[in-house]
Design a protein around this ligand. Structure first.
Ligand SMILES: *Cc1c(COP(=O)(O)O)cnc(C)c1O
Length: 379
């Protein structure tokens, strides 16, 4: 036998309540029973998104919600500004280009955050920019971006701000309405502690005008159709019924704890992992803007990064992530998002120590675990 621990930035582990909710017999979606589930889910999502607006539920992974944002905001030939500091920023650009939208990029070095002043300057320099696409937590680098700063820069312009909060929503602060986030997209398999399969999107009044005006082709992703349904506490198509029911379990758990406590827990876990990294003599990839969602760590020289991840997973059952694209083999990423607590972190660090030790990396065994424990002891 072997016990498995999931410390990846999506999917994240599932609480038992969420698992068992999905095992219930299916119900029909055009019924008062399911309508009650939808009503609860919509209210809970507003709490998590910190918005007064509708949060639409889509049957898709996070990328489907991103594409929904693009086709509903912009028409072919229009211009978007994409803040690109990693793989997921690039995804915004790829989706825009696939729909004939002209993309201007604000390129940020991987591992660094973007300066909101640069966003304001880019908007001033090109008045044709209709939408700015950003990322809350760039999962490929472990960087949290200054969404509040972007919101200030964009709300002073005619453009709208769309944020990919797939990674980070319900784990770190994001005040959708207060920060001027016009469109916020997320997914189920990260901070929300669900299996993959649900996408979410909220739309401000400013952005809704663009939804009405967009000439992009859309059918399944058409938010005008979704709006007609949501106004009747319904969905346009067959929803992922079991996932919506499971969502209510995770939303209940999150409401019980409260966002403040959830964010504090994620911060402590981030601090503990960063302390362990330092104690082990390893280096953070993004020391200036490290997120409390996922920590990116350089693989020390002389160690095979891909083998490190594989050994932890296949021999010891602890799954962390490696680097993506240009950082493949050069990084490891330990996620601490969703249904994760301090002792999961201790397990993850101790497994990392064991495998590093076996691979010949020199350090004091137990020093990473000790540093993490010391953070957790500061109550
Ligand atoms: C996981 C993730 C996504 C969505 O990916 P899917 O595989 O489509 O769910 C998008 N953006 C970020 C930052 C992510 O971490």
């Amino acid at each position: 036998m072997r016990k498995n621990y999931l410390l990846t930035p999506g999917p994240t582990p599932l609480p038992p309540e969420v698992c068992s909710a999905q095992a219930r017999p299916i119900i029909h979606h055009r019924t008062p029973q399911f309508q009650a589930e939808l009503k609860e889910a919509f209210a809970g999502l507003k709490y998590i998104f910190q918005t007064e607006r509708d949060v639409f539920i889509l049957s898709s992974s996070g990328t489907g919600a991103m594409e929904t944002a693009v086709v509903n905001l912009l028409s072919p030939g229009e211009t978007a500004l994409v803040i690109e500091g990693g793989k997921f920023g690039q995804r915004w650009s790829e989706i825009c280009r696939a729909h004939g939208i002209s993309v201007k990029t604000l390129e940020v070095e991987w591992g660094k955050a973007a300066d909101p002043k640069a966003v304001a300057a880019a908007l001033k320099a090109d008045l044709s920019i209709k939408a700015v696409f950003a990322t809350l937590c760039e999962t490929s680098t472990g960087v949290t971006f200054d969404i509040r700063g972007f919101g200030e820069a964009v709300s002073a312009s005619p453009a709208v701000l769309a944020v990919d909060a797939v990674s980070g929503l319900g784990a770190i602060e994001l005040k959708t309405d207060e920060w001027g986030v016009d469109v916020c997209v997320s997914g189920s398999q990260k901070g929300l502690m669900l299996p993959p399969g649900l996408g979410f999107i909220s739309v401000s009044a400013k952005a809704w005008k663009m939804v009405e005006a967009s000439k992009s082709s859309r059918y399944y992703w058409d938010l005008r159709r979704a709006k007609k349904a949501i106004d009747k506490t319904d969905t346009a198509f067959t929803p992922a019924i079991s996932l919506v029911i499971a969502l209510n379990e995770s939303l209940r758990m999150m409401k019980e704890d409260g966002l403040e406590k959830i964010f504090a827990r994620h911060h402590r876990m981030g601090e503990a992992v960063r302390a362990a990294v330092k104690a082990l003599g390893l280096s953070l990839f993004a020391p200036s803007a490290a997120s409390d969602v996922v920590t990116s760590i350089y693989v020390p020289s002389g160690i095979d990064g891909e083998k490190l991840v594989k050994t932890m997973r296949d021999i010891y059952g602890v799954t962390i992530a490696g680097g993506q694209d240009e950082m493949k083999g050069k990084l490891i990423r330990i996620a601490h998002m969703g249904y994760i607590e301090e002792f999961d972190i201790i397990v993850g660090i101790s497994c990392l120590e064991k495998v590093l030790s076996k691979m010949g990396y020199k350090f004091i065994l137990g020093s990473g675990v000790k540093a993490a424990q010391e953070v957790f002891l500061q109550d």
